[in-house]
Design a protein around this ligand. Structure first.
Ligand code: AHG
Ligand code: MN
Ligand code: MN
Length: 343
């Protein structure tokens, strides 16, 4: 199967499809359209400083955030290509307040796509890594038209999830429930080539990733947890703090090196008591990836993959990474503290 350039993502998808007897190729067609979108977004991101695509559009999105031109470009690119895929019945995007229906003339399909077209967009002008996050669900309702419940499905219902990372190289990391595979774009041939066949997160690490600038807005359990991680102890490593401010980049480092990323609930904005990150197109897909890599993802109180969504842009607190650090966080968030050494 591998050629002289290695295994392409399309060959990998087809081999996965072959393992699903009766697969029609619909999913492969859907993912290939998404991959093409990401290649085009990667091209624009990599030359953003040279063309008039930095800066703001002047509008604000449903999140109340100023929309950057590259946010809008990535959103529009994915919507247009997905409409042509004929495999979706509806989409949900961070950049659109409402579900995105298929055009009246377009053939509809059995899948639902939720996506963050450009994650970490506040970093674009500073040439810091950014990404695209996607989550694919199967339509649950009868008939060709979608119901809101087709979008508001808990994470364990996902059929696939992953992300594209536009960094020093452009990568694609995804899972369909059979482990996690990573691909690196070779721009000379325009193909994503298998570079990380079976990603497994270390059981624990030495890095925590959180915006400690919000320390005073965090609750007592959050502060106690991070205080424990950062303080030296006889049987624990000295942790470093790494925070890029692009979820995809912070998550990808955590996935490969181990440790923990958290964006906890905070009191800095009463309109967002559950933190900033969105369940359906940021937390759920990354939770699927991390669990498939042997890690864990929690709100502090429950498994992210079991949160029952109530609305499209719902926010949840998230603690995600190595199983040992996430389990320890859940102890702290249950009000329990580790016994002092030697006690
Ligand atoms: P987006 O650019 O899609 O709105 O996501 C930004 C998110 C996420 O990428 C990152 O983890 C977080 O914002 C950083 O938020 P703070 O600046 O509040 O730390
Ligand atoms: Mn985001
Ligand atoms: Mn975004």
């Amino acid at each position: 199967m591998a050629s002289e350039i290695g295994v392409t993502v399309t060959q990998h998808l087809l081999s996965q499809q072959a393992q699903h007897g009766g697969a029609t190729g619909a999913f492969t067609r859907l993912l290939n359209e998404l991959i093409l979108s990401a290649k085009i977004i990667s091209r624009e991101v990599n030359k953003a400083g040279l063309v008039e695509i930095l800066g703001f559009t002047g509008e604000r999105n449903v999140q109340g955030e100023r929309v950057r031109k590259l946010d809008e470009f990535a959103h529009d690119m994915i919507v247009r290509r997905m409409e042509q895929s004929r495999q979706l019945c509806v989409m949900g995007s961070e950049e659109d307040a409402d579900p995105i229906e298929m055009p009246p003339h377009a053939e509809k399909g059995e899948y639902v796509l939720l996506f963050d077209p450009l994650d970490g967009s506040s970093n674009i002008d500073a040439n810091v890594s950014i990404g695209t996050i996607f989550s694919i669900l199967r339509k649950q309702s009868q008939g060709v038209d979608y119901q809101m419940g087709d979008l508001l499905q808990p994470g364990f219902k996902q059929v696939a999830a992953g992300y594209f990372l536009y960094g020093s190289s452009t990568m694609m990391v995804y899972t369909t429930g059979n482990g996690v595979s990573g691909f690196t774009l070779d721009p000379s041939v325009g193909e994503f080539l298998l570079s990380h066949p079976q990603i497994e997160i270390p059981s624990s690490g030495k890095i925590f990733s959180a915006n400690v600038g919000y320390w005073d807005y965090w609750n007592e359990d959050t502060r106690a947890y991070l205080d424990y991680l950062r303080k030296p102890g006889p049987k624990k490593p000295v942790y470093s703090c790494r925070y890029i401010g692009s979820l995809v980049a912070d998550f990808h480092r955590t996935l490969l090196y181990g440790g923990v990323f958290l964006y906890p609930a905070d009191s800095k904005d009463p309109r967002k008591p559950h933190g900033k990150l969105r369940l359906l197109y940021e937390c759920s897909p990354l939770a699927f990836v991390v669990e498939q890599a042997g890690g864990a993802a929690s709100t502090g109180k429950e498994r992210i993959m079991e949160v029952s969504p109530q609305e499209l842009h719902q926010r949840v607190p998230i603690i995600i990474g190595s199983p040992e650090e996430v389990a320890l966080a859940e102890e702290f968030f249950a009000g329990r503290r580790p016994r002092a050494e030697g006690a």
